[in-house]
Write a new protein. Structure first.
Length: 445
Protein backbone atom coordinates (compact mmCIF):
# COMPACT_ATOMS: atom_id res chain seq x y z
CA UNK A 1 0.00 0.00 0.00
CA UNK A 2 1.70 3.23 -1.00
CA UNK A 3 -0.87 5.98 -0.72
CA UNK A 4 -0.02 8.47 2.01
CA UNK A 5 3.69 7.64 1.87
CA UNK A 6 5.79 10.67 1.19
CA UNK A 7 9.25 9.37 1.76
CA UNK A 8 11.27 6.60 0.15
CA UNK A 9 11.56 3.38 2.15
CA UNK A 10 14.10 0.73 1.20
CA UNK A 11 13.40 -2.57 2.96
CA UNK A 12 15.65 -5.03 1.09
CA UNK A 13 19.03 -5.12 -0.57
CA UNK A 14 18.62 -3.76 -4.12
CA UNK A 15 17.60 -5.53 -6.20
CA UNK A 16 15.49 -7.57 -3.78
CA UNK A 17 14.88 -11.30 -4.32
CA UNK A 18 11.72 -10.93 -6.42
CA UNK A 19 13.26 -8.21 -8.58
CA UNK A 20 16.37 -10.35 -9.08
CA UNK A 21 14.32 -13.30 -10.28
CA UNK A 22 12.42 -11.16 -12.82
CA UNK A 23 15.59 -9.52 -14.10
CA UNK A 24 17.13 -12.96 -14.57
CA UNK A 25 14.14 -14.11 -16.65
CA UNK A 26 14.19 -10.85 -18.63
CA UNK A 27 17.88 -11.34 -19.41
CA UNK A 28 17.10 -14.61 -21.22
CA UNK A 29 14.18 -13.52 -23.40
CA UNK A 30 13.89 -9.74 -23.76
CA UNK A 31 15.81 -7.72 -26.37
CA UNK A 32 19.20 -6.69 -24.97
CA UNK A 33 18.92 -3.33 -26.77
CA UNK A 34 17.09 -1.69 -23.85
CA UNK A 35 19.19 0.65 -21.69
CA UNK A 36 18.46 -0.23 -18.08
CA UNK A 37 20.68 1.85 -15.81
CA UNK A 38 19.67 0.17 -12.53
CA UNK A 39 17.49 -2.74 -11.44
CA UNK A 40 14.08 -1.22 -10.63
CA UNK A 41 11.21 -3.68 -11.13
CA UNK A 42 7.84 -1.94 -10.89
CA UNK A 43 4.90 -3.39 -8.98
CA UNK A 44 2.57 -0.40 -8.59
CA UNK A 45 2.50 3.38 -8.34
CA UNK A 46 0.42 6.28 -7.05
CA UNK A 47 1.17 9.95 -7.71
CA UNK A 48 4.93 10.40 -7.63
CA UNK A 49 5.59 7.27 -5.56
CA UNK A 50 6.32 3.81 -6.92
CA UNK A 51 6.71 0.45 -5.24
CA UNK A 52 8.93 -2.33 -6.51
CA UNK A 53 8.07 -6.03 -6.42
CA UNK A 54 9.88 -6.45 -3.08
CA UNK A 55 7.90 -3.72 -1.32
CA UNK A 56 10.56 -0.98 -1.57
CA UNK A 57 9.14 2.53 -2.01
CA UNK A 58 10.77 5.05 -4.31
CA UNK A 59 10.15 8.67 -5.15
CA UNK A 60 9.84 8.81 -8.94
CA UNK A 61 11.63 11.63 -10.74
CA UNK A 62 11.82 9.67 -13.98
CA UNK A 63 8.10 9.07 -14.71
CA UNK A 64 8.76 6.26 -17.20
CA UNK A 65 10.91 8.64 -19.31
CA UNK A 66 8.81 11.78 -18.80
CA UNK A 67 5.50 10.05 -19.46
CA UNK A 68 3.36 9.79 -16.30
CA UNK A 69 2.44 13.47 -16.45
CA UNK A 70 -0.54 13.24 -14.08
CA UNK A 71 1.26 10.82 -11.75
CA UNK A 72 0.90 7.09 -11.57
CA UNK A 73 -2.68 5.91 -12.04
CA UNK A 74 -4.35 9.25 -11.36
CA UNK A 75 -7.94 8.37 -10.34
CA UNK A 76 -9.49 10.72 -12.92
CA UNK A 77 -7.39 9.20 -15.73
CA UNK A 78 -8.10 5.65 -14.56
CA UNK A 79 -11.84 6.45 -14.41
CA UNK A 80 -11.77 7.81 -17.99
CA UNK A 81 -9.90 4.70 -19.18
CA UNK A 82 -12.30 2.33 -17.41
CA UNK A 83 -15.34 4.14 -18.75
CA UNK A 84 -14.09 4.04 -22.34
CA UNK A 85 -12.82 0.45 -22.03
CA UNK A 86 -16.31 -0.61 -20.96
CA UNK A 87 -17.76 0.85 -24.18
CA UNK A 88 -15.26 -0.29 -26.84
CA UNK A 89 -11.50 -0.78 -27.06
CA UNK A 90 -10.84 -0.22 -30.72
CA UNK A 91 -12.53 0.62 -33.99
CA UNK A 92 -9.68 2.17 -36.03
CA UNK A 93 -10.05 5.84 -36.73
CA UNK A 94 -8.51 5.07 -40.13
CA UNK A 95 -11.69 3.47 -41.46
CA UNK A 96 -14.40 4.51 -38.98
CA UNK A 97 -15.38 7.41 -36.77
CA UNK A 98 -15.59 7.71 -32.98
CA UNK A 99 -16.21 10.72 -30.81
CA UNK A 100 -13.18 10.46 -28.45
CA UNK A 101 -10.80 11.02 -31.39
CA UNK A 102 -12.80 13.99 -32.66
CA UNK A 103 -12.93 15.47 -29.16
CA UNK A 104 -9.16 15.15 -28.82
CA UNK A 105 -8.56 16.80 -32.21
CA UNK A 106 -10.83 19.65 -31.04
CA UNK A 107 -8.82 19.89 -27.80
CA UNK A 108 -5.59 20.13 -29.81
CA UNK A 109 -7.19 22.74 -32.03
CA UNK A 110 -7.53 24.79 -28.87
CA UNK A 111 -4.19 24.10 -27.15
CA UNK A 112 -1.68 23.80 -30.02
CA UNK A 113 0.83 26.67 -29.83
CA UNK A 114 -0.08 28.49 -33.03
CA UNK A 115 -3.08 30.41 -34.31
CA UNK A 116 -5.69 29.61 -36.92
CA UNK A 117 -7.49 26.37 -37.73
CA UNK A 118 -5.57 23.15 -37.15
CA UNK A 119 -5.84 19.46 -37.93
CA UNK A 120 -4.41 16.49 -36.03
CA UNK A 121 -3.11 13.09 -37.10
CA UNK A 122 -3.06 10.32 -34.49
CA UNK A 123 -0.49 7.58 -33.96
CA UNK A 124 0.87 5.58 -31.03
CA UNK A 125 4.28 6.95 -30.07
CA UNK A 126 6.76 9.78 -30.34
CA UNK A 127 8.64 8.33 -33.26
CA UNK A 128 5.40 7.91 -35.22
CA UNK A 129 4.36 11.47 -34.43
CA UNK A 130 7.68 12.62 -35.90
CA UNK A 131 7.39 10.28 -38.91
CA UNK A 132 4.00 11.81 -39.65
CA UNK A 133 5.54 15.28 -39.38
CA UNK A 134 8.32 14.38 -41.83
CA UNK A 135 5.90 12.86 -44.33
CA UNK A 136 3.48 15.76 -44.02
CA UNK A 137 6.22 18.36 -44.45
CA UNK A 138 7.48 16.61 -47.59
CA UNK A 139 3.98 16.14 -48.96
CA UNK A 140 2.80 19.64 -48.23
CA UNK A 141 5.87 21.47 -49.57
CA UNK A 142 6.77 18.97 -52.32
CA UNK A 143 10.35 19.38 -51.08
CA UNK A 144 12.55 16.55 -49.76
CA UNK A 145 15.08 18.12 -47.35
CA UNK A 146 14.90 17.95 -43.58
CA UNK A 147 17.06 19.83 -41.09
CA UNK A 148 17.69 18.62 -37.53
CA UNK A 149 20.03 19.60 -34.73
CA UNK A 150 23.10 17.89 -33.34
CA UNK A 151 22.32 16.25 -30.02
CA UNK A 152 18.65 15.88 -30.87
CA UNK A 153 16.45 12.85 -30.30
CA UNK A 154 13.39 12.33 -32.47
CA UNK A 155 12.85 8.57 -32.37
CA UNK A 156 14.24 5.29 -33.60
CA UNK A 157 12.23 4.29 -36.68
CA UNK A 158 14.15 4.86 -39.89
CA UNK A 159 12.69 8.25 -40.83
CA UNK A 160 12.96 9.82 -37.39
CA UNK A 161 16.31 8.07 -36.78
CA UNK A 162 17.76 10.06 -39.67
CA UNK A 163 16.98 13.18 -37.62
CA UNK A 164 18.16 11.74 -34.29
CA UNK A 165 21.77 12.57 -33.47
CA UNK A 166 21.90 12.17 -29.73
CA UNK A 167 24.25 9.18 -29.46
CA UNK A 168 26.07 7.39 -32.28
CA UNK A 169 25.05 3.98 -30.85
CA UNK A 170 21.44 4.83 -31.74
CA UNK A 171 22.42 5.00 -35.44
CA UNK A 172 25.31 2.52 -35.53
CA UNK A 173 24.62 -0.48 -37.76
CA UNK A 174 21.41 0.94 -39.23
CA UNK A 175 22.77 3.12 -42.01
CA UNK A 176 22.74 4.50 -44.54
CA UNK A 177 20.24 6.98 -43.16
CA UNK A 178 17.43 8.57 -45.15
CA UNK A 179 19.00 10.88 -47.70
CA UNK A 180 18.27 14.60 -47.61
CA UNK A 181 18.66 15.03 -43.85
CA UNK A 182 21.17 17.61 -42.64
CA UNK A 183 22.36 18.43 -39.13
CA UNK A 184 23.44 21.71 -37.67
CA UNK A 185 24.53 22.85 -34.16
CA UNK A 186 21.93 23.42 -31.43
CA UNK A 187 22.12 26.33 -29.00
CA UNK A 188 23.90 24.29 -26.35
CA UNK A 189 24.68 27.46 -24.42
CA UNK A 190 26.72 25.87 -21.59
CA UNK A 191 29.02 24.58 -24.33
CA UNK A 192 28.34 27.24 -26.96
CA UNK A 193 29.38 25.79 -30.34
CA UNK A 194 30.67 29.22 -31.40
CA UNK A 195 32.15 30.31 -28.06
CA UNK A 196 29.70 33.08 -27.16
CA UNK A 197 27.68 34.00 -24.06
CA UNK A 198 23.88 33.49 -24.21
CA UNK A 199 23.20 36.93 -22.66
CA UNK A 200 24.79 38.78 -25.56
CA UNK A 201 24.67 36.43 -28.55
CA UNK A 202 22.57 36.73 -31.69
CA UNK A 203 22.15 32.95 -32.00
CA UNK A 204 25.32 32.78 -34.09
CA UNK A 205 25.09 28.97 -33.78
CA UNK A 206 22.50 29.28 -36.57
CA UNK A 207 25.10 30.87 -38.88
CA UNK A 208 26.21 27.34 -39.75
CA UNK A 209 22.70 26.49 -40.92
CA UNK A 210 22.15 29.75 -42.76
CA UNK A 211 25.59 30.26 -44.29
CA UNK A 212 26.92 26.72 -44.67
CA UNK A 213 24.16 24.09 -44.85
CA UNK A 214 21.72 26.20 -46.86
CA UNK A 215 24.50 27.49 -49.12
CA UNK A 216 26.76 24.48 -49.70
CA UNK A 217 24.61 21.40 -49.04
CA UNK A 218 21.00 22.06 -49.96
CA UNK A 219 19.16 24.93 -51.52
CA UNK A 220 16.60 26.40 -49.08
CA UNK A 221 13.85 25.93 -51.65
CA UNK A 222 14.40 22.18 -51.41
CA UNK A 223 14.02 22.07 -47.60
CA UNK A 224 10.62 20.88 -46.40
CA UNK A 225 11.05 21.31 -42.66
CA UNK A 226 13.27 22.05 -39.70
CA UNK A 227 12.56 19.75 -36.77
CA UNK A 228 13.59 21.20 -33.42
CA UNK A 229 13.16 20.29 -29.76
CA UNK A 230 12.22 23.55 -28.00
CA UNK A 231 14.30 22.24 -25.08
CA UNK A 232 16.57 19.36 -26.00
CA UNK A 233 15.59 16.25 -24.04
CA UNK A 234 17.70 13.13 -24.50
CA UNK A 235 20.60 15.41 -25.51
CA UNK A 236 20.90 16.61 -21.90
CA UNK A 237 17.90 18.82 -21.02
CA UNK A 238 19.45 21.76 -22.82
CA UNK A 239 17.63 25.12 -22.74
CA UNK A 240 18.57 27.32 -25.71
CA UNK A 241 18.92 31.09 -25.54
CA UNK A 242 15.58 32.66 -26.61
CA UNK A 243 17.20 34.30 -29.64
CA UNK A 244 17.75 30.82 -31.07
CA UNK A 245 14.08 30.04 -31.65
CA UNK A 246 13.37 33.62 -32.79
CA UNK A 247 16.09 33.49 -35.43
CA UNK A 248 15.09 29.99 -36.52
CA UNK A 249 11.51 31.15 -37.04
CA UNK A 250 12.68 34.14 -39.08
CA UNK A 251 14.94 31.94 -41.21
CA UNK A 252 12.27 29.31 -41.89
CA UNK A 253 9.69 32.00 -42.70
CA UNK A 254 12.11 33.60 -45.16
CA UNK A 255 12.46 30.36 -47.14
CA UNK A 256 8.97 28.89 -46.80
CA UNK A 257 10.36 26.04 -44.65
CA UNK A 258 7.98 24.46 -42.11
CA UNK A 259 9.06 24.83 -38.49
CA UNK A 260 8.23 21.61 -36.65
CA UNK A 261 8.47 21.61 -32.85
CA UNK A 262 9.14 18.14 -31.47
CA UNK A 263 7.28 18.50 -28.18
CA UNK A 264 7.34 14.78 -27.39
CA UNK A 265 9.37 15.39 -24.22
CA UNK A 266 8.91 19.12 -23.57
CA UNK A 267 5.16 19.24 -24.24
CA UNK A 268 2.00 18.57 -22.25
CA UNK A 269 2.64 20.84 -19.31
CA UNK A 270 6.05 19.51 -18.30
CA UNK A 271 7.75 22.91 -18.53
CA UNK A 272 4.96 24.78 -16.74
CA UNK A 273 3.37 25.78 -20.06
CA UNK A 274 1.40 23.43 -22.28
CA UNK A 275 4.23 23.41 -24.86
CA UNK A 276 7.94 24.12 -24.44
CA UNK A 277 8.03 26.45 -27.45
CA UNK A 278 5.64 28.82 -25.60
CA UNK A 279 8.57 29.91 -23.41
CA UNK A 280 10.20 31.43 -26.48
CA UNK A 281 7.39 33.50 -28.00
CA UNK A 282 7.57 31.68 -31.31
CA UNK A 283 4.78 29.92 -33.23
CA UNK A 284 5.77 26.77 -35.14
CA UNK A 285 3.77 25.33 -38.05
CA UNK A 286 3.48 21.88 -36.59
CA UNK A 287 3.95 20.03 -33.29
CA UNK A 288 4.70 16.37 -32.61
CA UNK A 289 3.45 15.15 -29.22
CA UNK A 290 3.53 11.83 -27.36
CA UNK A 291 4.90 10.73 -23.94
CA UNK A 292 2.88 12.69 -21.33
CA UNK A 293 -0.17 13.28 -23.54
CA UNK A 294 -2.16 10.27 -22.29
CA UNK A 295 -0.52 9.85 -18.85
CA UNK A 296 1.05 6.51 -19.84
CA UNK A 297 -1.19 5.04 -22.52
CA UNK A 298 0.39 4.96 -25.98
CA UNK A 299 -0.56 7.91 -28.16
CA UNK A 300 1.14 10.17 -30.66
CA UNK A 301 -0.34 13.38 -32.01
CA UNK A 302 0.88 15.46 -34.95
CA UNK A 303 -0.94 18.78 -35.17
CA UNK A 304 -0.35 21.28 -37.94
CA UNK A 305 -1.91 24.34 -39.49
CA UNK A 306 -4.99 23.15 -41.38
CA UNK A 307 -3.68 24.36 -44.73
CA UNK A 308 -0.55 22.23 -44.24
CA UNK A 309 -2.45 19.04 -43.33
CA UNK A 310 -4.09 18.83 -46.71
CA UNK A 311 -3.41 15.30 -47.92
CA UNK A 312 -5.89 12.92 -49.55
CA UNK A 313 -7.46 9.76 -48.08
CA UNK A 314 -4.88 6.97 -48.06
CA UNK A 315 -1.86 9.30 -47.91
CA UNK A 316 -1.17 8.41 -44.27
CA UNK A 317 -2.98 6.37 -41.60
CA UNK A 318 -2.47 3.99 -38.69
CA UNK A 319 -4.61 1.03 -37.54
CA UNK A 320 -4.14 1.67 -33.82
CA UNK A 321 -3.33 5.39 -33.92
CA UNK A 322 -5.68 7.47 -31.79
CA UNK A 323 -6.97 4.44 -29.92
CA UNK A 324 -10.21 5.44 -28.13
CA UNK A 325 -8.93 4.43 -24.68
CA UNK A 326 -5.77 6.50 -25.21
CA UNK A 327 -7.89 9.42 -26.44
CA UNK A 328 -10.05 9.22 -23.30
CA UNK A 329 -6.91 9.18 -21.14
CA UNK A 330 -5.58 12.20 -23.07
CA UNK A 331 -8.79 14.18 -22.55
CA UNK A 332 -8.62 13.52 -18.79
CA UNK A 333 -4.91 14.41 -18.82
CA UNK A 334 -5.50 17.75 -20.59
CA UNK A 335 -8.23 18.67 -18.09
CA UNK A 336 -5.89 17.97 -15.16
CA UNK A 337 -3.03 19.87 -16.77
CA UNK A 338 -5.20 22.92 -17.36
CA UNK A 339 -6.91 22.78 -13.96
CA UNK A 340 -3.81 22.51 -11.79
CA UNK A 341 -0.82 20.51 -12.99
CA UNK A 342 0.80 22.99 -15.38
CA UNK A 343 0.71 25.53 -12.56
CA UNK A 344 2.13 22.97 -10.16
CA UNK A 345 4.92 22.12 -12.64
CA UNK A 346 5.85 25.81 -12.87
CA UNK A 347 5.78 26.39 -9.10
CA UNK A 348 7.38 23.17 -7.87
CA UNK A 349 9.84 23.28 -10.77
CA UNK A 350 11.01 26.80 -9.83
CA UNK A 351 11.27 25.76 -6.18
CA UNK A 352 13.27 22.65 -7.08
CA UNK A 353 15.57 24.60 -9.37
CA UNK A 354 16.35 27.11 -6.58
CA UNK A 355 17.12 24.27 -4.16
CA UNK A 356 19.33 22.56 -6.76
CA UNK A 357 21.25 25.79 -7.33
CA UNK A 358 22.00 25.82 -3.58
CA UNK A 359 23.22 22.23 -3.86
CA UNK A 360 25.38 23.28 -6.82
CA UNK A 361 27.28 25.65 -4.50
CA UNK A 362 28.30 22.68 -2.32
CA UNK A 363 29.52 20.32 -5.06
CA UNK A 364 32.15 21.42 -7.58
CA UNK A 365 31.10 18.53 -9.83
CA UNK A 366 27.80 20.29 -10.60
CA UNK A 367 28.61 22.48 -13.59
CA UNK A 368 25.14 23.59 -14.64
CA UNK A 369 21.55 23.41 -13.40
CA UNK A 370 18.98 24.33 -16.03
CA UNK A 371 15.45 23.74 -17.18
CA UNK A 372 11.90 24.99 -17.20
CA UNK A 373 9.17 23.74 -14.88
CA UNK A 374 9.68 20.08 -14.06
CA UNK A 375 12.08 19.49 -16.95
CA UNK A 376 15.37 19.99 -15.12
CA UNK A 377 18.91 18.97 -16.08
CA UNK A 378 21.98 18.83 -13.84
CA UNK A 379 25.22 18.68 -15.82
CA UNK A 380 28.24 17.15 -14.06
CA UNK A 381 31.77 18.23 -14.91
CA UNK A 382 35.23 17.22 -13.72
CA UNK A 383 36.29 20.85 -13.64
CA UNK A 384 34.11 23.95 -13.73
CA UNK A 385 36.65 25.87 -15.82
CA UNK A 386 37.41 23.28 -18.51
CA UNK A 387 33.87 21.84 -18.26
CA UNK A 388 35.27 18.37 -18.98
CA UNK A 389 32.33 15.97 -18.85
CA UNK A 390 32.02 13.84 -15.68
CA UNK A 391 30.51 10.78 -17.34
CA UNK A 392 31.32 7.99 -14.87
CA UNK A 393 30.46 10.33 -11.99
CA UNK A 394 27.01 10.96 -13.45
CA UNK A 395 26.34 7.23 -13.64
CA UNK A 396 27.48 6.82 -10.03
CA UNK A 397 25.15 9.59 -8.82
CA UNK A 398 22.18 8.03 -10.65
CA UNK A 399 22.95 4.70 -8.94
CA UNK A 400 23.45 6.35 -5.55
CA UNK A 401 20.03 8.01 -5.91
CA UNK A 402 18.47 4.63 -6.67
CA UNK A 403 20.13 3.09 -3.60
CA UNK A 404 18.50 5.85 -1.51
CA UNK A 405 15.04 5.43 -3.02
CA UNK A 406 15.01 8.06 -5.76
CA UNK A 407 14.49 7.22 -9.43
CA UNK A 408 16.26 9.55 -11.86
CA UNK A 409 17.60 9.03 -15.38
CA UNK A 410 20.63 10.32 -17.20
CA UNK A 411 20.39 12.51 -20.31
CA UNK A 412 23.19 13.21 -22.75
CA UNK A 413 26.65 12.02 -21.78
CA UNK A 414 26.90 13.60 -18.35
CA UNK A 415 23.62 15.16 -17.23
CA UNK A 416 21.05 13.92 -14.74
CA UNK A 417 17.49 14.60 -15.79
CA UNK A 418 14.58 15.26 -13.47
CA UNK A 419 11.28 14.57 -15.20
CA UNK A 420 8.92 13.71 -12.34
CA UNK A 421 5.16 13.39 -12.56
CA UNK A 422 3.67 16.90 -12.54
CA UNK A 423 1.86 16.13 -9.27
CA UNK A 424 5.17 16.34 -7.39
CA UNK A 425 4.75 18.32 -4.15
CA UNK A 426 7.26 20.77 -2.67
CA UNK A 427 7.87 18.29 0.16
CA UNK A 428 8.66 15.56 -2.37
CA UNK A 429 10.86 17.96 -4.35
CA UNK A 430 12.76 18.71 -1.14
CA UNK A 431 13.24 15.00 -0.47
CA UNK A 432 14.47 14.46 -4.04
CA UNK A 433 16.97 17.33 -3.81
CA UNK A 434 18.22 16.11 -0.41
CA UNK A 435 18.86 12.66 -1.87
CA UNK A 436 20.65 14.15 -4.90
CA UNK A 437 22.78 16.19 -2.47
CA UNK A 438 23.68 13.00 -0.55
CA UNK A 439 24.34 11.09 -3.79
CA UNK A 440 26.68 13.85 -5.03
CA UNK A 441 28.39 13.62 -1.63
CA UNK A 442 29.34 9.99 -2.34
CA UNK A 443 31.66 11.18 -5.11
CA UNK A 444 33.89 12.84 -2.51
CA UNK A 445 34.54 15.82 -4.80
N1 LIG B 1 11.05 12.99 -29.74
C1 LIG B 1 11.56 13.31 -28.54
C2 LIG B 1 11.89 14.75 -28.25
C3 LIG B 1 11.79 12.33 -27.57
O1 LIG B 1 12.32 12.67 -26.40
C4 LIG B 1 11.46 10.99 -27.88
C5 LIG B 1 11.71 9.91 -26.91
O2 LIG B 1 12.47 10.04 -25.98
C6 LIG B 1 10.92 10.69 -29.13
C7 LIG B 1 10.71 11.72 -30.04
C8 LIG B 1 10.54 9.28 -29.50
O3 LIG B 1 9.45 8.87 -28.74
P1 LIG B 1 9.06 7.32 -28.62
O4 LIG B 1 10.10 6.67 -27.78
O5 LIG B 1 7.70 7.33 -28.01
O6 LIG B 1 9.04 6.78 -30.01
Amino acid sequence: MISGMDAPLIRTALPGPKAKAIIERDGKVVSPSYTRGYPFVMARGAGAMVEDVDGNLFLDCAAGIAVNSTGHSHPAVVAAIVEQAGKFLHMSGTDFYYEPQVALAEAFNEIAPFGGPKRSFFSNSGTEAVEAAIKLARYSTRRYGMIAFLGSFHGRTLGSLALTSSKAIQRKGFGPMQAGTFHTPYATCYRCPVGLKPESCQAECLDFLEHQVLVHLISPDEVAGVVVEPIQGEGGYVVPAPQFHERLRALTNKHGILLIADEVQSGMGRTGKMFGIQHFGVEPDMVAVAKGVASGLPLGVTTSRAEVMDWPPGAHASTFGGNPVSCAAAMATITLLKDSLMKNAAEVGAFMMDRLKEVQQKHAVVGDVRGRGLMIGIELVKDRVTRQRAIAERDKVVEACFARGLLVLGAGKNAIRLSPPLVLTKAQATTAVDIIDQALGTLGT
